[in-house]
Structures are given as C-alpha cells and as structure tokens.
Design a binder for this molecule. Structure first.
Ligand code: PDD
Length: 289
C-alpha cells in the first residue's frame, strides 16, 4: 500500500508530500513535533502528546489552526489510511511559509503534516520469553538552548550527540550540563541509587510522557523518587541507569562510556518499572500479539 501523508488538510501520496523551500521549519527550525506510539492499531497516550503540542505552540506563539478534536481525527485517519498496526506517528507543525526574515511573518498559516512509520509491537513482559535487553550509552556535553522543554524541530545538538553515540557503538548519548545529567538525545534519563529513583526535574528538559508514566508507576510501586539533577560522577556509580521515551519505552543502560553500570545487567528496579510500563501499554492498547 502506498504511504499516505497528511499535509495541510489532505492525505497525499508520500512522494507528493512536499513543502515549499521557504517553510520556516526548513529555514529556522521554527516548528514543533510529536512522536506518538501506535500499538495494535491504537494510538497510545494521545492526550498528553496533544497537551504538549499545544503547550509548545503557545510557547512559540504558533497559531495552530486545528482544534484538538480535529488533530485527533487526523491522526486516527493517518493510522487507518496506512494500515498501521505497530510503530510511530510523526506530527509536525511549523510557523508556515513566508519570505525569509527572522521575525514572525505578519500572516502565515502553519504547515501541519503527519506520517506513520512501522515499528515493533508492544514490549513483552520480562520473563515472557524475550529478555529485556540493555544497551550501551555514552556521555556528551548538553550544549542545547534554553527552550528544551518545548519539543522543537531544532534538534542539531541532539543529532550530533546521537551520531557520536552511534560512532562509539552506543545506543544513546546522555547529556551533561554543568556536571549534571539533564536527559539524553531522544530520551529521559533515570538512575537508581540506594533504592531511590532519581531523574532531572522539569526544568529545561523535555517533559517526557514516558518519564511521567514511569514516575507515576514508581509512586504506585512504593519506589522512592527524587526529582533532582544527578552529578555525572554519581551516574557512573549508580546501581541502575535507564532511559525512557515513546519509542525507547523503558530501556536499561548497561554501560556508560565503555564501563559497565554496576554489574552490567538490567537491574531489578528497572525491570519492575519495565513490567509495570508493559501493563500500561496493555491496558490502553491490548495485549502483546
Ligand atoms: N524524543 N527527551 C528528548 C530530548 C526527546 O527527544 C524525547 C523524545 C524524550 C522522551 O519523551 P517522550 O517520553 O514524550 O517520548 C526526552 C522523540 C521520541 C524523538 O525525537 O524521536
């Protein structure tokens, strides 16, 4: 089946889904996006993703002309038209097209598009056959700007950090600012130290939807949580480290800059949270197929 892309009001074939070169998304990365999970043909956690999109649009003063219910319908149809069972939905909103000039154009209509990409199905529970894989990470300087709480398409520092990780044979780059761990190139970072779960507070990091779910699960499971920035030295000596994200889900980090995290295996708190997260996915979208 030909891939269908929603672009400014219509669904078009992928090859026809093009934007003018003076789109401010291309010129200035003047736009925002969401990556949303689809499991078993159902859109996972749509509400929080749309909340964050509207928050970002308001923050950047992008006049998003679609109402929430319209976006819900657009995304549902995009999944349907592409016959997507498992994977991701990508939604992007830019300030629109206008002759190049830094300040906002007097009038421009936002460019809105949505597309799907195939991915794996719901994660299996630990012990359900598939072992929970951990992955290596590196550390890299967090040299991003001061609006990291907005999910902007201005991702060049993230891209460079991730490339560095890939070249080092690692899965993720954990970002460090002023000696403190902030988040990672496309995920949030957690550490377990002495039974307590640590993660950066919501200050100039992306308010991850998976992060939020994990924090609520930790409260439900009676795992103590502290939302404070962890010094990189503490992360290196942590009992467990894991990353979270829409596509990443809950993923153990088993080595940092080539040295094992604790014994180099996914830890028990991570696995409990992983299992609880699978429960949330199953409650919303049904069991693993
Ligand atoms: N990234 N931090 C950063 C910098 C991110 O880019 C992301 C997500 C997260 C996790 O947020 P959430 O749990 O809401 O997905 C944290 C997406 C998936 C991406 O850019 O592909």
């Amino acid at each position: 089946m030909a891939r269908k892309v929603f672009l400014n009001g219509d669904w078009v074939d992928y090859a026809q889904a093009v934007v003018p070169v003076e789109d401010r998304g291309l010129m200035f990365a003047d736009g925002i996006y969401e990556v949303i999970r689809v499991y078993n043909g159902k859109v996972f956690q749509l509400g929080p993703h749309l909340d964050r999109l509207f928050m970002g649009a308001a923050e950047l003063r992008i006049n998003l002309h679609y109402r929430r219910e319209e976006l819900e319908r657009i995304l549902a149809r995009t999944v349907e038209f592409n016959g997507l069972e498992n994977g991701g939905l990508y939604l992007q909103v830019t300030r629109g097209v206008s002759p190049r000039g830094h300040a906002f154009p007097a009038a421009s209509t936002p460019t809105v598009f949505a597309l799907t990409h195939e991915g794996h199905g719901p994660p299996a529970r630990p012990g359900d056959g598939r072992p929970v894989e951990g992955s290596p990470a590196i550390t890299a300087p967090d040299n991003r700007f001061g609006l990291c709480y907005v999910k902007t398409v201005g991702l060049l520092p993230n891209v460079l950090a991730r490339q560095q990780a890939q070249e080092a044979g690692a899965r993720e780059a954990i970002l460090v600012r002023d000696g403190l761990v902030t988040e990672a190139s496309s995920s949030n970072v957690f550490a377990v130290i002495g039974g307590t779960l640590y993660t950066h507070p919501l200050a100039n990091i992306l308010p991850g939807i998976t992060r939020d779910i994990v924090l609520r699960l930790a409260a439900r499971l009676g795992i103590p949580v502290r939302e404070i920035a962890v010094p990189i030295g503490h992360l290196r000596r942590a009992d467990e480290v894991f990353i979270t994200g829409t596509m990443t889900e809950v993923e153990p980090v088993v080595s940092l800059d080539g040295r094992p995290v604790a014994d180099g295996k996914p830890g028990p708190v991570t696995l409990r949270l992983f299992e609880a997260y699978v429960g949330v996915v199953e409650d919303d979208c049904g069991r693993v197929r």
